[in-house]
Design a protein around this ligand. Sequence first.
Ligand code: PLP
Length: 358
Amino acid sequence: MPIPVRTLLGPGPSNPYPEATEALARPLLGHLDPEFLHILDETCHRLREVFGTANARTLPLSGTGSAGMEAAFVNTLDPGDVVVVAVNGLFGERMVDIAGRCGAEVVRVDTPWGRPVDAEQVLAAHPAPKLIAVVHAETSTGVISDVSGIGAGKGEALLLVDCVTSLGGIELPIDDWGVDLAYSGSQKCLGVAPGLAPFTMNERAWARRVLAPRSWYLDLGMLGAYLGEGRKYHHTAPVAMIASLHAGLGRVLDEGLPAVRARHQASGEALQRGLQEMGLELFASEGSRLPQLTTVCVPDGADAHAVRRQLLHDYGIEIGAGVGVWADQVWRIGLMGYNARPAVVTLILGALREVLAR
Ligand code: PLP
């Protein structure tokens, strides 16, 4: 059966940049081929630029964004360590789950879904945590939270940031904002297929790492040996995915990070303006709306799932449902990477207007 062409506007994998897709179709290199190792090194270098960091330990982990999340926690938390986790959506909840599995003492700071995390509240939650963890861009609700405020007040704590949906799409200068560890996913604003977790960790976090993490695969002590001079075999690198990430990052850096961010900002604002002009209500609170992921309330009388089905069937457009209790009440529309363009905004607004008028 031929694969249908779709405009994927959901919170999941976006349509990759053409360069990233083409890279997947090139002949495969061996994982120890010097040419591939050069691509891997250059990918790490490009990731440093996009993260805004000088961290030597910056690499694409083999796994999706959740592998990045798990790597961050298993390498920083020993049983009994205190971690403050800010929770304002599904991915904060996932952090709590993973930190609990590490045997850490988890202090959660809850904020209603749809609202940003309050930095002061997070900082006041415990006098001396080892780690503070926060999601920069909550994909489940379309909300951005203040990372720089937490970085400025973190004291002795390490700061871990989930930037799965923010990296490349909105500002996040890791070093300037005092972030000690961060992970992302290839499939969001970087415009690559899902499968890799860009990861970075500074010397401060390295000095306080868990020496024998319970995960073998995600032990950053061993993964470090995978990079740079004198590298040793750790696991077989997913060569096609790394070549694709390399190309996707190249595309982002060629266009220029400020221009890519401006494109995300302008598309998101245009979409949100258009939705409001149609009389629809946005879910995320004003002032905290992500441009790359818009949450919109399903209007009275509309069947949330039927509308999504019709958009997919009649227009080849896939938008996401709300998460958890919001499944029938919210739609999530992602404009990430290649999809953060005016033409896509026009398409989704027109299609949604037509389907809602039926
Ligand atoms: N964190 C956030 C903010 C996400 O949006 C996602 C996925 O959408 C994840 C973590 C988990 O990433 P993955 O689904 O690639 O494992």
